[in-house]
Design a protein around this ligand. Structure first.
Ligand code: FAD
Length: 431
Protein backbone atom coordinates (compact mmCIF):
# COMPACT_ATOMS: atom_id res chain seq x y z
CA UNK A 1 0.00 0.00 0.00
CA UNK A 2 1.39 3.48 -0.78
CA UNK A 3 1.72 5.38 2.48
CA UNK A 4 -0.04 8.63 1.76
CA UNK A 5 -3.26 9.31 -0.13
CA UNK A 6 -5.27 12.45 -0.73
CA UNK A 7 -8.23 10.73 0.90
CA UNK A 8 -9.03 7.48 2.72
CA UNK A 9 -12.65 6.32 2.72
CA UNK A 10 -13.52 3.72 5.37
CA UNK A 11 -16.35 1.42 4.25
CA UNK A 12 -17.46 0.42 0.75
CA UNK A 13 -21.22 0.69 1.28
CA UNK A 14 -23.29 3.13 -0.80
CA UNK A 15 -21.99 6.17 1.14
CA UNK A 16 -18.29 5.31 0.96
CA UNK A 17 -18.34 4.08 -2.62
CA UNK A 18 -20.29 7.14 -3.83
CA UNK A 19 -17.67 9.36 -2.17
CA UNK A 20 -14.72 7.37 -3.55
CA UNK A 21 -16.27 7.31 -7.05
CA UNK A 22 -16.74 11.08 -7.16
CA UNK A 23 -13.26 11.75 -5.78
CA UNK A 24 -11.54 9.36 -8.17
CA UNK A 25 -13.50 10.82 -11.09
CA UNK A 26 -12.12 14.25 -10.15
CA UNK A 27 -8.57 12.87 -10.12
CA UNK A 28 -8.23 12.66 -6.34
CA UNK A 29 -5.96 9.87 -5.11
CA UNK A 30 -8.37 7.83 -2.98
CA UNK A 31 -8.09 4.62 -0.96
CA UNK A 32 -11.34 2.77 -0.25
CA UNK A 33 -11.05 0.36 2.68
CA UNK A 34 -13.56 -2.45 3.21
CA UNK A 35 -13.51 -5.00 6.01
CA UNK A 36 -15.61 -7.55 4.09
CA UNK A 37 -14.24 -10.13 1.67
CA UNK A 38 -15.80 -7.95 -1.06
CA UNK A 39 -18.05 -4.86 -0.97
CA UNK A 40 -21.57 -5.93 -0.06
CA UNK A 41 -20.53 -9.21 1.54
CA UNK A 42 -21.54 -7.88 4.97
CA UNK A 43 -24.25 -5.48 3.90
CA UNK A 44 -27.96 -5.74 4.55
CA UNK A 45 -30.87 -3.89 2.99
CA UNK A 46 -34.51 -4.63 2.23
CA UNK A 47 -33.45 -3.39 -0.65
CA UNK A 48 -35.08 -0.47 -2.39
CA UNK A 49 -32.53 1.57 -4.32
CA UNK A 50 -33.56 5.05 -5.42
CA UNK A 51 -32.84 5.90 -9.05
CA UNK A 52 -32.41 9.68 -8.72
CA UNK A 53 -29.59 9.67 -6.16
CA UNK A 54 -27.73 6.92 -7.97
CA UNK A 55 -28.13 8.72 -11.32
CA UNK A 56 -26.66 11.87 -9.76
CA UNK A 57 -23.49 9.78 -9.61
CA UNK A 58 -23.71 7.41 -12.62
CA UNK A 59 -26.21 8.52 -15.28
CA UNK A 60 -28.25 5.63 -16.75
CA UNK A 61 -26.63 3.19 -14.32
CA UNK A 62 -29.75 1.02 -14.69
CA UNK A 63 -28.59 -0.04 -18.15
CA UNK A 64 -25.73 -2.07 -16.66
CA UNK A 65 -26.10 -2.36 -12.85
CA UNK A 66 -27.19 -5.70 -11.34
CA UNK A 67 -30.72 -4.65 -10.38
CA UNK A 68 -33.56 -6.98 -9.47
CA UNK A 69 -36.87 -5.37 -10.53
CA UNK A 70 -38.10 -1.81 -11.20
CA UNK A 71 -40.86 -1.19 -8.66
CA UNK A 72 -44.22 -0.36 -10.22
CA UNK A 73 -46.36 -0.80 -7.11
CA UNK A 74 -45.97 0.20 -3.47
CA UNK A 75 -48.47 -1.33 -1.04
CA UNK A 76 -48.99 -0.45 2.61
CA UNK A 77 -50.74 -3.03 4.78
CA UNK A 78 -52.24 -1.98 8.12
CA UNK A 79 -52.42 -5.40 9.71
CA UNK A 80 -54.47 -6.92 12.48
CA UNK A 81 -54.28 -10.59 13.43
CA UNK A 82 -56.60 -11.86 10.70
CA UNK A 83 -57.17 -8.87 8.49
CA UNK A 84 -55.47 -5.96 6.79
CA UNK A 85 -56.48 -2.61 5.38
CA UNK A 86 -54.25 -2.09 2.34
CA UNK A 87 -53.39 1.11 0.46
CA UNK A 88 -51.42 0.99 -2.72
CA UNK A 89 -50.15 2.99 -5.65
CA UNK A 90 -49.40 1.26 -8.93
CA UNK A 91 -47.99 3.30 -11.80
CA UNK A 92 -46.81 1.70 -15.02
CA UNK A 93 -44.68 4.79 -15.70
CA UNK A 94 -42.37 3.50 -12.96
CA UNK A 95 -41.71 0.41 -15.08
CA UNK A 96 -40.24 2.44 -17.94
CA UNK A 97 -37.17 4.64 -18.29
CA UNK A 98 -36.17 6.66 -16.36
CA UNK A 99 -37.87 4.50 -13.65
CA UNK A 100 -38.43 5.48 -10.00
CA UNK A 101 -36.70 2.89 -7.86
CA UNK A 102 -35.52 -0.71 -7.97
CA UNK A 103 -35.10 -3.69 -5.71
CA UNK A 104 -31.47 -4.78 -5.34
CA UNK A 105 -29.47 -7.45 -3.56
CA UNK A 106 -26.65 -5.65 -1.82
CA UNK A 107 -24.06 -8.40 -2.22
CA UNK A 108 -24.29 -7.95 -6.01
CA UNK A 109 -24.99 -4.24 -6.19
CA UNK A 110 -22.27 -3.00 -3.81
CA UNK A 111 -19.68 -5.08 -5.59
CA UNK A 112 -20.64 -3.62 -8.97
CA UNK A 113 -20.70 -0.05 -7.60
CA UNK A 114 -17.25 -0.43 -6.01
CA UNK A 115 -15.88 -1.79 -9.33
CA UNK A 116 -17.15 1.42 -10.95
CA UNK A 117 -15.18 3.47 -8.39
CA UNK A 118 -12.11 1.37 -9.17
CA UNK A 119 -12.61 2.03 -12.91
CA UNK A 120 -12.47 5.75 -12.08
CA UNK A 121 -9.15 5.22 -10.32
CA UNK A 122 -9.98 4.49 -6.67
CA UNK A 123 -7.82 1.88 -4.93
CA UNK A 124 -10.12 -0.67 -3.25
CA UNK A 125 -8.61 -2.79 -0.50
CA UNK A 126 -10.90 -5.44 1.01
CA UNK A 127 -10.53 -7.69 4.06
CA UNK A 128 -9.01 -4.76 5.88
CA UNK A 129 -10.47 -3.37 9.10
CA UNK A 130 -9.86 0.27 9.99
CA UNK A 131 -9.16 0.04 13.71
CA UNK A 132 -8.91 3.72 14.57
CA UNK A 133 -8.17 7.15 13.17
CA UNK A 134 -4.62 8.38 13.58
CA UNK A 135 -4.83 11.78 15.23
CA UNK A 136 -1.90 14.22 15.38
CA UNK A 137 -2.10 17.70 16.90
CA UNK A 138 -5.89 17.49 17.08
CA UNK A 139 -6.42 16.55 13.44
CA UNK A 140 -7.08 13.23 11.75
CA UNK A 141 -4.12 12.36 9.52
CA UNK A 142 -4.79 8.74 8.67
CA UNK A 143 -6.13 5.36 9.65
CA UNK A 144 -4.66 2.43 11.57
CA UNK A 145 -5.68 -0.87 9.94
CA UNK A 146 -5.40 -4.49 11.04
CA UNK A 147 -2.78 -5.21 8.36
CA UNK A 148 0.87 -5.59 9.31
CA UNK A 149 2.43 -2.12 8.96
CA UNK A 150 -1.12 -1.04 8.37
CA UNK A 151 -0.96 2.69 9.08
CA UNK A 152 -2.07 4.74 6.08
CA UNK A 153 -2.09 8.52 5.86
CA UNK A 154 -4.20 11.08 4.01
CA UNK A 155 -5.16 14.74 3.97
CA UNK A 156 -8.68 13.73 4.82
CA UNK A 157 -10.47 10.60 6.07
CA UNK A 158 -14.12 9.86 5.32
CA UNK A 159 -15.91 7.62 7.83
CA UNK A 160 -18.49 5.59 5.90
CA UNK A 161 -18.34 2.62 8.24
CA UNK A 162 -22.07 2.29 8.85
CA UNK A 163 -24.39 2.54 11.81
CA UNK A 164 -21.93 1.26 14.41
CA UNK A 165 -19.23 3.75 13.43
CA UNK A 166 -16.60 2.88 16.01
CA UNK A 167 -14.21 5.36 14.43
CA UNK A 168 -16.57 8.32 14.82
CA UNK A 169 -17.25 7.22 18.40
CA UNK A 170 -13.51 7.03 19.13
CA UNK A 171 -13.21 10.62 17.91
CA UNK A 172 -15.94 11.62 20.36
CA UNK A 173 -18.31 12.62 17.51
CA UNK A 174 -21.13 10.60 19.03
CA UNK A 175 -21.92 8.56 22.12
CA UNK A 176 -23.19 4.95 22.17
CA UNK A 177 -26.58 4.99 20.43
CA UNK A 178 -29.53 4.56 22.81
CA UNK A 179 -31.94 1.67 22.17
CA UNK A 180 -34.56 4.18 20.97
CA UNK A 181 -32.16 5.55 18.33
CA UNK A 182 -31.57 2.29 16.45
CA UNK A 183 -33.86 -0.38 15.03
CA UNK A 184 -32.82 -3.99 14.84
CA UNK A 185 -33.91 -5.57 11.56
CA UNK A 186 -33.85 -9.22 10.61
CA UNK A 187 -34.58 -10.46 7.12
CA UNK A 188 -34.50 -13.51 4.90
CA UNK A 189 -34.06 -13.96 1.18
CA UNK A 190 -36.52 -16.57 -0.03
CA UNK A 191 -36.04 -18.42 -3.30
CA UNK A 192 -39.20 -18.59 -5.44
CA UNK A 193 -39.87 -19.16 -9.13
CA UNK A 194 -40.09 -15.84 -11.01
CA UNK A 195 -43.39 -16.76 -12.70
CA UNK A 196 -44.95 -17.55 -9.32
CA UNK A 197 -43.72 -14.19 -7.97
CA UNK A 198 -45.34 -12.37 -10.89
CA UNK A 199 -48.65 -14.26 -10.50
CA UNK A 200 -48.84 -13.75 -6.74
CA UNK A 201 -47.98 -10.07 -6.82
CA UNK A 202 -50.02 -9.30 -9.94
CA UNK A 203 -47.00 -8.22 -11.99
CA UNK A 204 -46.00 -8.38 -15.64
CA UNK A 205 -42.66 -10.11 -16.30
CA UNK A 206 -39.84 -7.92 -15.01
CA UNK A 207 -42.00 -5.63 -12.86
CA UNK A 208 -41.58 -5.38 -9.09
CA UNK A 209 -43.68 -4.62 -6.04
CA UNK A 210 -42.97 -3.60 -2.45
CA UNK A 211 -45.25 -4.18 0.52
CA UNK A 212 -44.67 -2.34 3.80
CA UNK A 213 -46.29 -3.97 6.82
CA UNK A 214 -47.58 -2.11 9.88
CA UNK A 215 -49.39 -3.05 13.08
CA UNK A 216 -49.59 -6.75 13.87
CA UNK A 217 -46.50 -7.44 11.70
CA UNK A 218 -44.47 -6.05 14.59
CA UNK A 219 -46.96 -7.17 17.27
CA UNK A 220 -47.79 -3.49 17.71
CA UNK A 221 -44.17 -2.48 18.48
CA UNK A 222 -42.99 0.67 16.68
CA UNK A 223 -41.44 -0.53 13.43
CA UNK A 224 -42.35 -2.08 10.11
CA UNK A 225 -42.14 -5.29 8.20
CA UNK A 226 -41.47 -5.55 4.49
CA UNK A 227 -41.91 -7.94 1.61
CA UNK A 228 -40.15 -7.05 -1.65
CA UNK A 229 -39.98 -8.85 -4.98
CA UNK A 230 -36.62 -9.61 -6.56
CA UNK A 231 -36.03 -11.49 -9.84
CA UNK A 232 -36.43 -15.00 -8.45
CA UNK A 233 -36.33 -14.31 -4.73
CA UNK A 234 -38.35 -12.38 -2.16
CA UNK A 235 -36.89 -10.23 0.59
CA UNK A 236 -38.91 -10.43 3.78
CA UNK A 237 -38.00 -8.72 7.01
CA UNK A 238 -39.04 -6.86 10.08
CA UNK A 239 -37.36 -4.05 11.99
CA UNK A 240 -38.35 -2.48 15.27
CA UNK A 241 -36.69 -0.05 17.66
CA UNK A 242 -34.33 -1.91 19.95
CA UNK A 243 -36.09 -0.28 22.91
CA UNK A 244 -39.37 -1.91 21.78
CA UNK A 245 -37.81 -5.38 21.59
CA UNK A 246 -36.34 -4.93 25.06
CA UNK A 247 -39.60 -3.62 26.52
CA UNK A 248 -41.71 -6.40 25.00
CA UNK A 249 -39.04 -9.07 25.63
CA UNK A 250 -39.31 -10.31 22.03
CA UNK A 251 -36.40 -11.79 20.11
CA UNK A 252 -36.00 -10.35 16.60
CA UNK A 253 -35.99 -13.74 14.85
CA UNK A 254 -39.25 -14.65 16.65
CA UNK A 255 -40.80 -11.54 15.13
CA UNK A 256 -39.57 -12.55 11.67
CA UNK A 257 -41.08 -16.04 12.08
CA UNK A 258 -44.31 -14.41 13.23
CA UNK A 259 -44.46 -12.27 10.07
CA UNK A 260 -43.66 -15.21 7.81
CA UNK A 261 -46.50 -17.22 9.38
CA UNK A 262 -48.98 -14.37 9.45
CA UNK A 263 -52.14 -15.36 7.52
CA UNK A 264 -51.92 -12.14 5.47
CA UNK A 265 -48.33 -12.91 4.41
CA UNK A 266 -48.05 -16.71 4.31
CA UNK A 267 -49.83 -17.08 0.94
CA UNK A 268 -47.28 -14.78 -0.74
CA UNK A 269 -44.27 -16.81 0.38
CA UNK A 270 -45.71 -20.33 0.38
CA UNK A 271 -43.39 -22.87 -1.25
CA UNK A 272 -40.36 -20.57 -1.06
CA UNK A 273 -37.04 -21.66 0.37
CA UNK A 274 -34.90 -19.48 2.68
CA UNK A 275 -31.43 -19.06 1.21
CA UNK A 276 -30.03 -16.29 3.39
CA UNK A 277 -30.68 -14.91 6.89
CA UNK A 278 -29.43 -11.43 7.76
CA UNK A 279 -29.63 -9.07 10.74
CA UNK A 280 -28.49 -5.47 11.01
CA UNK A 281 -29.08 -2.23 12.90
CA UNK A 282 -30.74 0.77 11.26
CA UNK A 283 -30.04 4.26 12.62
CA UNK A 284 -33.45 5.77 13.41
CA UNK A 285 -32.64 8.61 15.79
CA UNK A 286 -33.24 11.06 12.94
CA UNK A 287 -32.47 14.76 13.03
CA UNK A 288 -31.83 15.01 16.78
CA UNK A 289 -29.26 12.18 16.64
CA UNK A 290 -27.11 13.49 13.77
CA UNK A 291 -23.61 13.56 15.28
CA UNK A 292 -20.79 15.94 14.51
CA UNK A 293 -20.11 15.26 10.81
CA UNK A 294 -16.96 17.32 10.15
CA UNK A 295 -13.74 17.75 12.07
CA UNK A 296 -10.12 18.59 11.31
CA UNK A 297 -9.26 16.20 8.46
CA UNK A 298 -12.39 14.05 8.79
CA UNK A 299 -15.97 13.74 7.54
CA UNK A 300 -18.78 11.34 8.48
CA UNK A 301 -21.31 10.09 5.89
CA UNK A 302 -24.29 7.73 5.53
CA UNK A 303 -25.49 5.53 8.39
CA UNK A 304 -22.43 6.52 10.42
CA UNK A 305 -24.01 9.99 10.55
CA UNK A 306 -27.54 8.62 11.34
CA UNK A 307 -28.79 9.70 7.90
CA UNK A 308 -31.89 7.53 7.55
CA UNK A 309 -35.48 8.62 6.99
CA UNK A 310 -37.26 5.84 8.88
CA UNK A 311 -40.72 7.08 7.93
CA UNK A 312 -40.03 6.60 4.20
CA UNK A 313 -37.49 3.72 4.55
CA UNK A 314 -34.87 5.83 2.79
CA UNK A 315 -31.25 5.19 3.76
CA UNK A 316 -29.28 4.16 0.68
CA UNK A 317 -30.21 7.38 -1.13
CA UNK A 318 -29.12 9.54 1.82
CA UNK A 319 -25.93 7.50 2.06
CA UNK A 320 -25.09 8.09 -1.62
CA UNK A 321 -25.97 11.77 -1.58
CA UNK A 322 -24.01 12.40 1.63
CA UNK A 323 -21.02 10.59 0.07
CA UNK A 324 -21.32 12.76 -3.03
CA UNK A 325 -21.58 15.98 -0.99
CA UNK A 326 -18.57 14.95 1.11
CA UNK A 327 -16.61 14.40 -2.13
CA UNK A 328 -17.61 17.86 -3.44
CA UNK A 329 -16.38 19.40 -0.18
CA UNK A 330 -13.08 17.52 -0.31
CA UNK A 331 -12.48 18.60 -3.92
CA UNK A 332 -13.02 22.23 -2.84
CA UNK A 333 -10.78 21.77 0.24
CA UNK A 334 -8.07 20.34 -2.01
CA UNK A 335 -8.18 23.43 -4.23
CA UNK A 336 -7.48 25.60 -1.18
CA UNK A 337 -5.20 22.98 0.40
CA UNK A 338 -7.22 23.52 3.58
CA UNK A 339 -8.60 20.46 5.39
CA UNK A 340 -9.47 22.28 8.59
CA UNK A 341 -12.79 21.76 10.35
CA UNK A 342 -14.09 25.16 9.23
CA UNK A 343 -13.42 24.30 5.56
CA UNK A 344 -14.81 20.75 5.81
CA UNK A 345 -17.86 22.06 7.66
CA UNK A 346 -19.17 23.14 4.23
CA UNK A 347 -20.21 19.49 3.98
CA UNK A 348 -22.55 19.86 6.98
CA UNK A 349 -24.06 22.99 5.40
CA UNK A 350 -24.59 21.21 2.06
CA UNK A 351 -26.14 18.27 3.91
CA UNK A 352 -28.57 20.45 5.82
CA UNK A 353 -29.59 22.39 2.69
CA UNK A 354 -30.19 19.19 0.71
CA UNK A 355 -33.26 16.96 0.85
CA UNK A 356 -31.47 14.99 3.59
CA UNK A 357 -31.40 17.82 6.13
CA UNK A 358 -34.85 19.02 5.06
CA UNK A 359 -36.54 15.61 5.31
CA UNK A 360 -34.88 14.66 8.59
CA UNK A 361 -35.98 18.02 10.00
CA UNK A 362 -39.54 17.49 8.77
CA UNK A 363 -39.83 14.23 10.72
CA UNK A 364 -37.53 15.23 13.59
CA UNK A 365 -40.02 14.29 16.33
CA UNK A 366 -41.96 11.54 14.54
CA UNK A 367 -40.11 8.41 15.72
CA UNK A 368 -39.98 9.60 19.32
CA UNK A 369 -43.66 10.56 19.23
CA UNK A 370 -44.84 7.18 17.93
CA UNK A 371 -42.49 5.43 20.36
CA UNK A 372 -43.86 7.36 23.32
CA UNK A 373 -47.50 6.77 22.34
CA UNK A 374 -47.82 3.08 21.39
CA UNK A 375 -51.60 3.31 20.90
CA UNK A 376 -51.13 4.24 17.22
CA UNK A 377 -49.85 0.77 16.36
CA UNK A 378 -51.38 -1.21 19.22
CA UNK A 379 -54.89 0.22 19.24
CA UNK A 380 -55.71 2.37 16.22
CA UNK A 381 -54.63 -0.06 13.49
CA UNK A 382 -56.87 -2.87 14.91
CA UNK A 383 -59.63 -0.27 15.24
CA UNK A 384 -59.22 0.69 11.56
CA UNK A 385 -59.52 -2.99 10.62
CA UNK A 386 -62.68 -3.50 12.71
CA UNK A 387 -64.24 -0.40 11.15
CA UNK A 388 -63.47 -1.65 7.62
CA UNK A 389 -64.87 -5.10 8.43
CA UNK A 390 -68.02 -3.55 9.89
CA UNK A 391 -68.57 -1.23 6.92
CA UNK A 392 -67.94 -3.84 4.22
CA UNK A 393 -69.89 -6.72 5.81
CA UNK A 394 -73.29 -6.95 4.12
CA UNK A 395 -75.61 -8.21 6.87
CA UNK A 396 -78.87 -6.33 6.41
CA UNK A 397 -77.92 -3.50 8.81
CA UNK A 398 -78.17 -0.08 7.19
CA UNK A 399 -75.01 1.92 6.52
CA UNK A 400 -76.26 4.54 9.05
CA UNK A 401 -76.45 1.80 11.71
CA UNK A 402 -72.98 0.63 10.74
CA UNK A 403 -71.53 4.11 11.07
CA UNK A 404 -73.13 4.42 14.51
CA UNK A 405 -71.67 1.06 15.57
CA UNK A 406 -68.21 2.05 14.35
CA UNK A 407 -68.52 5.32 16.26
CA UNK A 408 -69.58 3.42 19.43
CA UNK A 409 -66.60 1.08 19.00
CA UNK A 410 -64.29 4.08 19.16
CA UNK A 411 -65.06 4.01 22.91
CA UNK A 412 -66.26 6.50 25.50
CA UNK A 413 -66.35 10.27 24.86
CA UNK A 414 -63.01 10.52 26.69
CA UNK A 415 -61.47 7.87 24.41
CA UNK A 416 -62.83 9.60 21.30
CA UNK A 417 -61.34 12.92 22.45
CA UNK A 418 -58.02 11.16 23.04
CA UNK A 419 -58.19 9.67 19.54
CA UNK A 420 -58.91 13.10 18.05
CA UNK A 421 -56.00 14.61 20.01
CA UNK A 422 -53.70 11.79 18.84
CA UNK A 423 -54.69 12.36 15.19
CA UNK A 424 -53.84 16.07 15.55
CA UNK A 425 -50.55 15.27 17.31
CA UNK A 426 -49.64 12.75 14.60
CA UNK A 427 -50.41 15.31 11.90
CA UNK A 428 -48.22 17.87 13.70
CA UNK A 429 -45.16 15.59 13.86
CA UNK A 430 -45.58 14.49 10.24
CA UNK A 431 -46.55 17.79 8.57
P1 FAD B 1 -23.36 0.43 5.10
O1 FAD B 1 -24.18 0.01 3.96
O2 FAD B 1 -23.60 -0.21 6.42
O3 FAD B 1 -21.83 0.22 4.69
C1 FAD B 1 -20.79 0.35 5.63
C2 FAD B 1 -19.59 -0.40 5.06
O4 FAD B 1 -18.48 -0.16 5.90
C3 FAD B 1 -19.79 -1.91 5.03
O5 FAD B 1 -19.41 -2.38 3.77
C4 FAD B 1 -18.90 -2.42 6.15
O6 FAD B 1 -18.43 -3.73 5.91
C5 FAD B 1 -17.79 -1.39 6.13
N1 FAD B 1 -17.08 -1.22 7.41
C6 FAD B 1 -17.64 -1.03 8.64
N2 FAD B 1 -16.68 -0.87 9.56
C7 FAD B 1 -15.50 -0.94 8.91
C8 FAD B 1 -14.15 -0.81 9.34
N3 FAD B 1 -13.83 -0.56 10.60
N4 FAD B 1 -13.17 -0.96 8.42
C9 FAD B 1 -13.47 -1.22 7.11
N5 FAD B 1 -14.74 -1.32 6.64
C10 FAD B 1 -15.74 -1.17 7.54
N6 FAD B 1 -32.35 1.77 2.76
C11 FAD B 1 -32.99 2.05 1.61
O7 FAD B 1 -32.68 3.06 0.97
N7 FAD B 1 -33.97 1.22 1.13
C12 FAD B 1 -34.34 0.09 1.78
O8 FAD B 1 -35.19 -0.65 1.30
C13 FAD B 1 -33.68 -0.23 2.98
N8 FAD B 1 -34.00 -1.34 3.65
C14 FAD B 1 -33.26 -1.72 4.72
C15 FAD B 1 -33.54 -2.95 5.31
C16 FAD B 1 -32.75 -3.41 6.34
C17 FAD B 1 -33.05 -4.75 6.95
C18 FAD B 1 -31.67 -2.61 6.81
C19 FAD B 1 -30.78 -3.10 7.92
C20 FAD B 1 -31.42 -1.36 6.25
C21 FAD B 1 -32.21 -0.90 5.20
N9 FAD B 1 -31.97 0.32 4.57
C22 FAD B 1 -32.66 0.65 3.45
C23 FAD B 1 -30.94 1.24 5.06
C24 FAD B 1 -29.68 1.14 4.21
O9 FAD B 1 -29.26 -0.19 4.15
C25 FAD B 1 -28.57 1.99 4.82
O10 FAD B 1 -29.05 3.28 5.10
C26 FAD B 1 -27.37 2.08 3.88
O11 FAD B 1 -26.85 0.80 3.64
C27 FAD B 1 -26.29 2.96 4.49
O12 FAD B 1 -25.14 2.91 3.70
P2 FAD B 1 -23.71 3.19 4.33
O13 FAD B 1 -22.75 3.10 3.20
O14 FAD B 1 -23.74 4.40 5.16
O15 FAD B 1 -23.47 1.99 5.36
Amino acid sequence: MPEKFDCIVVGAGPAGTACAYELAKAGVNVLLLERGEYPGSKNVMGGVLYRKMMEDIIPEFYKEAPLERPIVEQRFMMMDKESAVTFSYKGLEWGREPYNNFTVLRAKFDQWFAEKAVEQGALLVCETVALECIVENGRVVGVRTDRPDGDVYADVVVLADGVNSLLAKQLGFHREWRPDEVALATMEILKLDKGIIEDRFNLEPGQGCTIELFGDATKGILGTGFLYTNKDTLSIGVGTLLSGLIKHKIKPYELLEYVKNHPMIRPYIQGSEPIEYLAHLIPEGGYHSIPKVAGHGVLVVGDAAQLVNAIHREGSNMAMTSGRLAAETIIMAKEYNDFSESMLDHYRMKLMESFIGQDLKKYKDATHHFDAFPQYFERYIPMMNRAASQMFTVDGASKWEKQKKIWRDFGSTGEKLKLARDVIKAWRVMK
